[in-house]
Design a protein around this ligand. Structure first.
Ligand SMILES: Nc1nc2c(ncn2[C@@H]2O[C@H](COP(=O)(O)OP(=O)(O)OP(=O)(O)O)[C@@H](O)[C@H]2O)c(=O)[nH]1
Length: 531
């Protein structure tokens, strides 16, 4: 028989009270019960807060105990006994021949129940039961409070640790973003795309939280991925423009493209350089986009220092991708504009040159005789005006010679107009070779008449030119069967030399030269006369 009396309670109380640990508490209770009766079984049950189910917290048999919270359901028969306990008037305890159920009250509420089952008769000592319930409730309450406190403290510590980590991470990210912003400003000032890519790799590996970086650009027409700048295994920036691969051969690029993901990060993977494994660590591939169109990739890793991947890396690398994308888009637009401007400038220059050439030609044509290709009267008038002014200013001599083919009407009549044209062309060519001094000009004056303009030329020189002209035409030996002068085509020349005394009086020069020509014709043609 269990003497569940005051003495038992004292003994149990001694065992229980100093214990805060549930296991020690169970052990002490088991030993106490075992010392009273060997087949005693004891359960500590707890009532669920959510529903009215009961769960077993611990089972004690002899000096053995087992903590079973929270999985073990309480048998249905026990559940109904417990229900009786709850509905009992005094809520204090329930007992029958083999069970003693002592409610565990805590702060006025039934929190659990101690169930002692034995084959022995349990003495019905109300005072002892109450005392036992009080002791166990107190111990359990203290234990639970202690556990709760420990749990809360652990939670608090955990939260505090997380908070510190979060603050550190945020601080790290802020610092890195600040650096990224500075790098971005430097990229704006790059003088070319190539310079920008080099600057990006150099600045990022020196200032951001990773060791190596490489930038690849995609040619959307060929689908090929080309290297730009990267980092070797010593952390030196290298030119990797030789690198070219198809997208499908580039695993990371393909992954980001297929999944339209901006970034992939792999930890504990093999790290490569020049297609060879050079270590292990984390690496990341960040895709660069122009809207929906992929334009390139950035790869980075921690090969050199092994710096662990931080919680902010993903955010930092994403922003690096966005920053680089913006710079590439802007740079490409600038380069396209530059190329367009260059091509426009080139086309404008080409057109201008064509126009100048056309104008030059037009100018030439408008001042050239179409049949003989020597300067025409318009050109002669312009040049004579210029030379008249110069001769007037410097008071230098100026001569003109009017040359006329003798009996050209007869020539036309005999040989026809076409041969007449041919004769005119031959004569013009021969005359144009006669005087090569600077400023001298031979022009077709009209019909079968030509004029020599001879700036700086005195009368003697004019006579010399006239005689040479006569000789040059004779030398052509163009047959002229109907000429009473000679059997060949001949010319007559009349000239005038003057030093101008007043402006715009060049017309007088022609009048005088014409008089001289008339003299030459009158004197029998094939000769020259200079006034
Ligand atoms: N084939 C050809 N004949 C021309 C051209 N221009 C003028 N003539 C001819 O040149 C001839 C000039 O004749 P005239 O003024 O009578 O002079 P000429 O017969 O040379 O007699 P003189 O001057 O006194 O020796 C005319 O028959 C014109 O038709 C031309 O461009 N081509």
């Amino acid at each position: 028989m269990i003497a569940l009396d005051y003495a038992f309670c004292l003994k149990a109380g001694e065992a229980i009270c100093p214990q805060e640990n549930l296991e020690a508490f169970c052990s002490a209770l088991g030993q106490t019960l075992n010392s009273l009766a060997s087949d005693t079984r004891c359960q500590i049950l707890l009532k669920c807060e959510q529903n009215s189910d009961w769960k077993q917290l611990a089972e004690i048999q002899g000096d053995q105990y087992e903590l079973t919270l929270p999985s073990i359901e309480v048998k249905e028969s026990t559940q109904s006994l417990l229900q009786k306990l709850l509905t009992a008037d005094d809520h204090k305890y329930y007992s029958d021949q083999h069970y003693l159920m002592v409610p565990l009250n805590m702060r006025g509420e039934i929190l659990g129940c101690l169930v002692i089952s034995t084959n022995e008769e349990i003495l019905d000592d109300a005072h002892a039961k109450n005392m036992l319930a009080l002791l166990i409730s107190g111990a359990l309450d203290s234990h639970l409070q202690h556990q709760l406190l420990a749990c809360e403290q652990a939670k608090h510590k955990n939260t505090e640790k997380k908070l510190v980590q979060e603050v550190c991470s945020q601080k790290g990210l802020l610092e890195q973003l600040h650096i990224l912003h500075k790098i971005s400003l430097r990229l704006w000032h790059a003088h070319s795309l190539d310079n920008m890519l080099h600057t990006a790799v150099y600045e990022c590996i020196h200032a951001l939280d990773f060791d190596r970086m490489a930038i690849f650009l995609l040619n959307s027409h060929t689908g090929l991925l080309r290297g730009t700048y990267g980092t070797d295994i010593n952390g030196t920036v290298t030119n990797e423009q030789w690198y070219c691969t198809a997208i499908h051969e580039h695993y990371h690029a393909k992954t980001t493209l297929d999944k339209r993901r901006h970034i992939t990060i792999n930890e504990g993977c093999e790290l490569y350089h020049d297609n060879k494994v050079v270590g292990t660590g984390w690496n990341a591939t960040i895709s660069l986009w122009d809207g929906d169109e992929p334009i390139g990739w950035i790869a980075c890793d921690n090969l050199l220092s092994g710096t662990p991947l931080k919680s902010y890396h993903s955010e930092l690398l994403k922003l690096l991708g966005v920053t680089m994308s913006q710079h590439l888009i802007q740079r490409r637009a600038q380069d396209d504009l530059k190329a367009l401007n260059l091509s426009l400038e080139h086309r404008v220059a080409e057109r201008t040159a064509q126009l100048e050439e056309a104008n030059k030609r037009l100018n030439q044509i408008s001042r050239e005789d179409s049949l003989t290709q020597v300067p025409n009267r318009r050109m002669l008038d312009e040049r004579l005006e210029e030379e008249w002014r110069r001769a007037l200013r410097y008071q230098t001599p100026l001569s003109i010679l009017i040359v006329d083919i003798d009996h050209f009407k007869q020539y036309n009549d005999k040989y026809g107009h076409a041969l007449g044209d041919q004769c005119l062309t031959q004569v013009a060519e021969a005359l144009s070779q006669v005087e090569r001094r600077a400023g001298a000009l031979l022009a077709r004056f009209g019909g079968e008449e030509f004029v020599f303009l001879l700036p700086g030329s005195n009368r003697e020189n004019a006579i010399s030119v006239a005689n040479r002209a006569l000789e040059a035409v004779r030398k052509l030996e163009i047959p002229h069967g109907d000429s009473p002068v000679a059997p060949i085509v001949t010319i007559s020349a009349g000239g005038k030399t003057t030093i101008p005394e007043k402006p715009n009086n060049q017309q007088q020069l022609f009048i005088d030269a014409d008089v001289a020509l008339y003299e030459a014709k009158n004197a029998g043609k094939n000769q020259a006369f200079v006034l």
